[in-house]
Design a protein around this ligand. Sequence first.
Ligand code: HEM
Length: 545
Amino acid sequence: MRNRLGVVKWRIRSLSERKLTTSARCFKAIDNGSEIGNNFPARAAQCPIKVQRARSTHAAVGTVLDTVSSAVKSWDEVPGPKPLPLLGNTWRFVPYIGGYSVEHVDKVCMSLRQKYGKCVKMAGLLGRPDMLFVFDAGEVERVFRGEDAAPHRPSMPSLNYYKHTLRKDFFGAEQDCAGVIAVHGDSWAAFRTKVSKVALSTSSAAQYTVPVAEVADAFVNRIRQIRDENLETPGDFLNEVNKWSLESLGLIALDTRLGCFESVEGSESQRLIDAVHTFFLSVGELELRAPWWRIYPTAMFRRYVAALDTILSVTLRHVERALKECEANGGSKSLLQDLVSAAGSRVAAVAALDLFLVGIDTTSNAVASTLYQLALRPEVQERLHEEITKVLQGRPLTPGDINQMPYLKACIKEVLRMFPVVIGNGRQLTKDTVICGYNIPKGTQVIFQHYVMGNSEEYFTNASEFRPERWIQRSMYKHHAFASLPFGFGKRMCLGRRFAELEMHIVLCKIVQAFKMEYHHQPLDYHIHPMYTPDGPLRLKFIDR
Ligand code: HEM
């Protein structure tokens, strides 16, 4: 009975907070003459009844809040696995002893949700702030919508150390030109503003349609070359997908063809491929396991730093070239040149480095996962092929064509719902915040569990079934917009989203046009490596159409 009362009070609070935020924003806007939805104050001023009604709601909400504030429970009351003295919860990740596995955090999170509910405390992890896992899409929406101007995403302390301590001479202190990855506060906001304008515009991505399609054609040819006599790809096919991803991003971020498909030992492109690969293999280990690198430079940390140095030096060389071309041409024709002219060469170099750090593995794992899922579903491939043939009618792909292919887009969304490459996204709270009825202290890392929510019947009808059509016939399927957010949300949303989507849509379009895909081996489980990806040799059969 007491519990039920608590829940009712929490519902009132959650509702009243939303109203309060809205009405408070309206008043601030009226008082400041600033904009809410651009013309709210003007409209409100013309309508005194609305203003009056808003003021009474504001007052009423305040009263309700006072009455129920005692219902908010404390941080200590949040359910979760209990930490042991000295060992905290870190011991749970010790192989063979603890029962939790870094590689299978997906399963750990599923079981935490079942055991403890929609809000779980994970405290006492060595060298890390306490964490709160949130499995409630309504609360995810509330926290995201209430974000302040510079949200703090818990990420990559090892990269922060590289940028601001080891290579401080180039990146400067945190408040200087440090990029967006592992950077926070005003420095992040200033940098992001300069880069967002260029990177997130749809027209900026669309200008790459033809060159990105050429890279996709080269990948289709590469698949033909590497197939064995059974038309199957070798077990390390993911490595080839990585080359495609790097080649595409080289075009977008560095304005050059790196030649990844022809790369030979010792060449610059091969060094870059190896460096990005080393970066990704080590970053997961450095971030998820006990951070010994903070005490002394472990072998893995030294390899990590060497890889970052290589990526930085190659990036810088290409930025210098773009700068010269920009000066010679007197104008910009690419993202890199746009960045150089809009924000200068240093910003362009740092931005290119950041895009490289997070833009390769994410996209390649999403594509590998999509190809595997489609290889298991011939009927989905047929429907895709029909759609593509109908739109293109035998002519080459041009900008705008992908917008006529809703099923193709829906297939990628469905893969990212069921198998999001980033299984959970988070924020480090910059102020005390009430979440799921608990007062969560500032500094806590809040992780929104998109993999678990995306696969939950509570938010998606027939959640365990692969149904791309759910993203087209939305009224026929239950769907919560904040339960599946593969690219994050709000001010810190993925900066490369437009490019990632362009690359994935185009390569999928080209592959489905060229081949039927099949898979004839043991079903593949997924694991975190550090992206969420099929675990095992990706031996896909590509049959020419
Ligand atoms: C399937 C592919 C991709 C997925 C699923 C993905 C996902 C994400 C997610 C979840 C975030 C965090 C967002 C948040 O905190 O709200 C993020 C951030 C970011 N992504 Fe992506 N990403 C992808 C591809 C790319 C590509 C291709 C690039 C570069 C061209 C890129 C550049 C970035 C950057 C720079 C950030 C940091 C933004 C910031 O903190 O301001 N991503 N991405």
